[in-house]
Write a protein that binds this ligand. Structure first.
Ligand code: TTP
Ligand code: MN
Ligand code: MN
Ligand code: MN
Length: 369
């Protein structure tokens, strides 16, 4: 078995979309450390270094066994000198000094706190940090100007910080299914994102919505979101209109689907009982805030949208990089384009997209790259 494992270590495919990456893997101590280094690099504005750590972490997540010695890591693709040092330290001491120092630094902790607010990216967090923000209450004390999104994110911070469980995700699903059904019957509504990859909890719940009749989708999101709002189910919502993405260029990370970014007031399991007068504890909260993303895709783009919104983010990034560099095709969540022939390539399923790319199919639970 030793030689078999050694073989597996030196033959890891270079692109994450060529590998199977399960949710639970054997090297999480090392990947946690590499991901902290990657996050710190992105906090410092270095996307290149951040990506290098993400790639190395992703390779380790796909290994069939736990790394036993630094020798085994020597031939791993994307694991350069810096990563080797991290791996060696963790194998020998159980911790990596550089990571421990980072984790305990004020800047890292503040950036982690600020970027965890809904509507706050690295740039904003950095600006606030430089303005002297160290804790959430500083935002008000220092009279920091906030967007509506950020205000909602701060107002519901404690709820949103608490992971969404699968049970909660399913309750959100039945709520939105009922709401959308009022306007258009026969919609296909799919829970995407981390839950589709088999995660038991998430930072939000993502849904992809489509219908064979494209006309049926016109105005659907606006109508159903307004209805849910009128029912008191929404604490915040912002809808981005459908936009025409530059399809013939190299695909960007963002897509142009009509999307609603929302915070739901998800009623508790027992809130119906409570409403009928059966209070057990007075003052108990009857709902909790949950982040929800709703994406509408035209039927012919659905397989591409499904692939694009299932993730993981790194898996998506790698799929696009593979398509571009290995197949000369531009992939995004709207379609696949032959840039030379200036034509798009239709697909009716995710499986078909993998075939078009000459890749072995990777089922969602193995896209946790
Ligand atoms: P997230 O909801 O951010 O992440 P997640 O569901 O994988 O994990 P979590 O439990 O933290 O919620 O993103 C879901 C997928 O959607 C991810 O693959 C990235 C993708 N996506 C966007 O977020 N924005 C876009 O514009 C596109 C095209 C895809
Ligand atoms: Mn998600
Ligand atoms: Mn999301
Ligand atoms: Mn409203």
């Amino acid at each position: 078995p030793v030689s078999k494992d050694k073989d597996a270590l030196s033959t890891v495919a270079p692109y994450a979309c060529q590998r199977q990456t399960p949710l639970i893997h054997h090297n999480s101590k090392i990947t946690d450390a590499l991901e902290i280094l990657g996050k710190a690099a992105s906090f410092q504005g270095s996307e290149v270094r951040s990506l290098a750590f993400a790639r190395a972490a992703s390779v380790l997540k796909s290994l069939p066994c736990k790394l036993q010695s630094i020798e085994e890591a020597k031939n791993l693709v994307w694991c350069g000198g810096h990563c080797q040092t991290v791996i060696q330290e963790i194998l020998e001491d159980g911790v990596c000094h550089e990571v421990e120092v980072l984790k305990n630094s004020e800047q890292y902790q503040c950036m982690e706190l600020l970027t965890s607010i809904f509507g706050v990216g690295v740039r904003t967090a950095e600006r606030w940090y430089n303005d002297g923000v160290r804790k959430l209450s500083d935002l008000a004390d220092l009279h920091i100007k906030l967007t509506a999104e950020q205000k909602a994110g701060i107002e519901h911070y404690t709820d949103l910080k608490q992971p969404v469980t699968r049970d909660e995700a399913e309750r959100v699903e039945s709520l939105i299914t009922r709401a959308l059904d009022r306007f258009v019957p026969g919609l296909r509504i799919t829970m995407t994102g981390g839950f589709r990859r088999g995660k038991q909890q998430g930072h939000d719940v993502d849904f992809l919505i489509t219908h064979p009749d494209e006309e049926a989708l016109n105005g659907l999101l606006e109508k159903s979101v307004n209805w849910m709002d009128s029912q008191g189910l929404l604490l915040y919502h912002h809808t981005k209109a459908r936009s025409h993405v530059q399809t013939r260029r190299r695909s960007t990370h963002m897509d142009g689907h009509e999307t609603c970014y929302a915070i739901f007031a998800l009623p508790n399991h027992d809130s119906l009982k409570a409403e009928s007068g059966d209070f057990t504890s007075s003052g108990a909260c009857r709902w909790r805030a949950v982040r929800v993303d709703l994406v509408v895709a035209p039927y012919e783009e659905y397989p591409y949208a499904l692939l694009g919104w299932t993730g993981s983010k790194h898996f998506e990034r790698e799929l696009r990089r593979f398509s571009w560099h290995e197949k000369n095709l531009s992939l995004n969540s709207h379609g696949l384009y032959n840039v030379e022939k200036e034509c798009s390539i239709p697909a009716t399923s995710e499986e078909e997209i993998f075939v078009l790319l000459g890749l072995q199919y990777v089922p969602p639970p193995y896209r946790n790259a």
